[in-house]
Design a binder for this molecule. Structure first.
Ligand code: SF4
Ligand code: SF4
Length: 435
């Protein structure tokens, strides 16, 4: 453990136990849980995992048991159960605390450890991603303009890598390489640091470019630090709290060096990490105050446009029927769900049609869709059917990981619908206005 006096739920069994006992076993979380709705097993849902956690921490069952470890990792960390919980149980903290306890006892598996080690070295990670982008044709076939599918020899590495699996093409030039670190504007009304996240940097540079364009149109000076690190969420969900702490500290040091007033994000998970997780994982460390200070300045782009600055709505017309998918971390952690819809309705020509369950999880869950393909596919299929039933031309969302999952699902189940980030549509409307 680093220099920390904190007894967080991620480090200390007694703190974790105090969180566990808040569950009154009412079962309200069952109907909210996407995994329970597919598997119908008590061990799939928060209540069941809390009971397992209690048994582990009371030494009634052995934490080394592989079946037990699998059950604790059978969770999307989507936070849907928390929305339905009358006791306010912080299940997100519990599940990550249990995974951290497993990591402390059993260590992090070799492959994960090597990957997480790469994340701690952004230059090496960047080189690795670019090398993979250059060689992607060896592993992945081209499927249309922007999609790639695994070649046959990759199918043995996971059930999800079947003949219908696709992912967006990796950009040969990363987003942060494409853009200037500082983009000044005349009479700027604010200065925002853009925390890009890894998916935008390597898979969706167009989302990053559109975000900078939208900021420029609204007279906001942007700073996109080149050396920013992964937000840490992908390692936290695997119980590697030490690596998450290291990444958080490096990012905070980078923010401190900028003259930014705010941090804007285009990813619910990154935003949630910076706003809600950093202050907790850094509690009791020399970074606690910095983490709290910057957490208050973190905004999803939709909230930033509507609540922080004076927003200039676009005048260009985009004739499109659009439905909106709520990213779990954006809605259930950042509490952002009205603002993206408000923005979409402000775009001339856009008609917003709601799905039956717009905030149902898409089944991505970071790597969950790869490690738990059977369940994830059923969750994704329900989402795709819901999207298709709206008859929308495009599905918009506020999270690149959801974009990838929706893109894959719509390809797999033949949905004739584009996948866009909200900033893509805003930028389109501003560009139409410019003519
Ligand atoms: S976080 Fe999501 S997947 Fe995990 S138990 Fe709660 S509702 Fe189910
Ligand atoms: S809804 Fe909350 S209190 Fe009820 S069983 Fe689920 S986690 Fe426990």
């Amino acid at each position: 453990m680093p220099a920390t006096a904190a007894k967080t739920v991620f480090d200390d069994v007694e703190t974790l136990k105090r969180e566990l006992i808040r569950c009154m076993k009412c079962g309200n979380c069952m109907s909210a849980c996407p995994i329970y709705n597919v598997e119908k097993k008590e061990s799939s849902v928060a209540r069941g995992k809390i009971a397992l956690g209690e048994a582990i921490l009371d030494d009634k069952i052995n934490i080394d048991d592989e079946i037990l470890v699998k059950l604790i990792f059978n969770c999307l960390v989507c936070k849907s159960c928390m929305m339905a919980c009358p006791s306010g149980v912080r299940f997100d903290r519990i599940i990550l605390g249990l995974r951290a306890a497993i990591a402390r006892k059993k260590g992090i598996p070799f492959v994960k450890k090597a990957l997480f080690g790469l994340l701690k070295n952004p230059e090496l990670f960047d080189k690795g991603m670019k090398a993979f982008a250059a060689m992607q044709g060896f592993f992945l076939t081209k499927e249309g303009e922007k999609a790639r599918a695994p070649r046959g020899f990759l199918r043995q590495f996971g059930k999800r890598f079947d003949k219908d699996f696709v992912l967006p093409e990796l950009s040969k030039e990363s987003f942060r390489d494409r853009v200037s670190e500082v983009i000044d504007v005349e009479n700027s009304q604010a200065t925002a640091v853009f925390f890009t996240g890894c998916s935008v940097n390597y898979f969706y540079p167009d989302v990053g470019e559109d975000l900078l364009f939208v900021l420029r149109k609204n007279k906001v000076k942007s700073i996109t630090p080149k050396q920013q690190n992964c937000c840490g969420m992908p390692v936290m969900v695997h119980g590697d709290i030490e690596t998450a702490r290291e990444l958080a500290k490096k990012n905070l040091d980078i923010f401190e060096k900028t003259a930014g007033q705010y941090i804007v994000t285009v990813c619910g998970s990154c935003g949630s990490a910076l706003k809600h997780e950093y202050p907790i994982i850094l509690e009791g460390t020399e970074y606690e105050e910095k983490a709290k200070k910057w957490a208050e300045r973190v905004y999803d782009i939709s909230t930033f446009l509507l609540k922080v600055i004076k927003f200039e709505p676009p005048k260009g017309k985009v004739e499109l029927k659009v439905t909106y998918h709520d990213s779990c971390h954006l809605k259930k952690s950042m509490k952002v769900f009205n603002e993206p819809r408000q923005l979409l309705k402000m775009i001339p020509g856009v008609t917003l049609v709601e799905m039956k369950k717009p905030d149902a999880c898409c089944g991505s869950g970071g790597s969950y869709h790869l490690t738990h393909a059977d369940t994830a596919l059923k969750i994704a299929k329900a989402k795709v059917e819901d999207i298709k039933a709206t008859g929308a031309d495009a599905v918009c969302t506020g999270c690149p990981a959801c974009m990838m999952e929706l893109f894959e699902g719509l390809h797999r189940w033949q949905g004739d619908c584009k996948v866009l980030h909200t900033v893509n549509l805003l930028a389109q409307a501003y560009k139409k206005e410019e003519g």
